[in-house]
Design a binder for this molecule. Sequence first.
Ligand code: SF4
Ligand code: SF4
Length: 386
Amino acid sequence: MSTYAVEVVYRGIFQKRLSGNICRSIVLASRMEGKIGTAFGRYGDSPERNGIPAKYFAVVADDALELEEYLAQYEPTQVDATIVVDDTLCKGVESWAWYGLQPINALTKPGGTVIVTSYQDPEQLKEDIHVKDEPYNLAIVKGSKSFSGLWVYKDDHTDVRVLGALARVVPDMVSLESYQKAILQQWKTEAKVVSSQRSHERVHISPVEPGEGNETEPYSFEMPGWQEMEEALVIPGIAQGGGFRGGEGGFEPVRSAVFKKYSTRTMRPVVNFETCTKCTLCWLQCPDSCFDVTPDGLYDANMEACCGCGVCEDVCPVPNCITMVNEEAFVDNDSQYEHWQKNRDDYMGWLEKKIALGKSERRSHGFHHVGQYQEENAMAEVGSDD
Ligand code: SF4
Ligand code: SF4
């Protein structure tokens, strides 16, 4: 029996079309070589929401009986390849708020491959990806996060470049030739076939040994069994909150102990406390009530609660007081205010460095001006796979 499974981990809504394209093409290509496949999605939570990590699966088998047998389980528990179309998801995903944080490689089988679209190198990515007890491979398709969402299709060739890489790391599932036939059938352009070919040849693959990677314990929580559940649906209210860090001054709201939003982020705000005028706008406008009010009237964005929407940067009236920075630049969720209080000079140096590393251009889910497609593809031609 040779059944193969692949998962695509993506940002809900923002990358839905991209992930759907990848999985649909796997199924189509498998049929072109006489196999049978199916693809199905899992919501980030229900219903799928902007930025919340979500998954698609594709399963390919030799015949219908094999496929049926495999699909008797709810979803694959092991996959041959985990495809990650936003490298900030490498920090782990809280897809369903069922488990707490799940390492990105949790389902990757021993000897399997995690394929990431990224401009980071393997060493940088391994700072984020949690350790595993078994060896696996890390494959990098050079490129930025592609946001091709529910309503727009950003045709920057990320879908076919991933397929080209997949043919290299799981060659027995579907051949490159079949992917290319499926690409031509769907998009009717040789340009996308060429992109898949280049990616197939240039994908960077490196082995990851057991124990290599991020050693922090992913956060989890106790889940009640069905026998422990209360009768009827009981949703306890969230308490009002109190002083900053439990003290007398300031204010800190109580937040959900189990659903932390940080895994939804592709960028995060950093705050220059030296120029903040304490106008309160960020605190008032943050849709997720992320800001803790410090005893001296400043606002500290809680990095476990922040989903990275960028509203605070938009509303802050002081130029460059709040700056959105690519999430790749960070390895923890520590309090910025506490850092600033401990050592202001050190904090200001840290702030400058982080902004230089990854000041975020606006998150783009589509094309906003005529010619943007051509500009970005020209950049991809120059910047990728080299
Ligand atoms: S980016 Fe700003 S406004 Fe958005 S959730 Fe984070 S702290 Fe709140
Ligand atoms: S919006 Fe800007 S200036 Fe106003 S309180 Fe927030 S950080 Fe300070």
